[in-house]
Design a protein around this ligand. Structure first.
Ligand SMILES: [Zn+2]
Ligand SMILES: [Zn+2]
Length: 113
């Protein structure tokens, strides 16, 4: 994915990130473990396996960024657009049509972490 940006602070707790891995994913080791764990415990029954895979990728690329409590900004897969995503809705083309999109799956994971 081309959207990868370097993060200087943890997307979950805001602490300064020091390692290269952390700066790429956007999470420190503790938060990354929590997010990984949430990928197994989050309720993702509304999403297809391919959407869950995309959601996981989005998170690991640090391409879904918290803006306000429960509101996230997701970067589109080609990196040219951003969408506002919450658990119940998303401004991407699928989300506007009321479909479940992988951005929302990613939010479901992150809010369970
Ligand atoms: Zn953290
Ligand atoms: Zn979406």
């Amino acid at each position: 994915m081309s959207a990868t940006t370097e993060h200087t602070n943890c997307l979950r707790c805001g602490r300064t990130l020091t390692s290269t891995t952390s700066r790429t994913t956007g999470y420190g080791p503790t938060c990354r473990a929590k997010v990984r764990n949430a990928q197994r415990t989050a309720d993702l029954t509304d999403y297809k396996p391919a959407q869950i895979d995309s959601a996981r990728e989005l998170i690991e690329d640090g391409a879904i960024i918290p803006l306000r409590p429960r509101i996230y900004r997701a970067v589109s897969s080609d990196g040219t657009e951003t969408y506002l995503t919450a658990r119940q809705g998303c401004t991407c083309p699928a989300g506007i049509k009321g479909r479940n999109c992988y951005h929302r799956a990613a939010v479901a994971i992150l809010t369970a972490a």
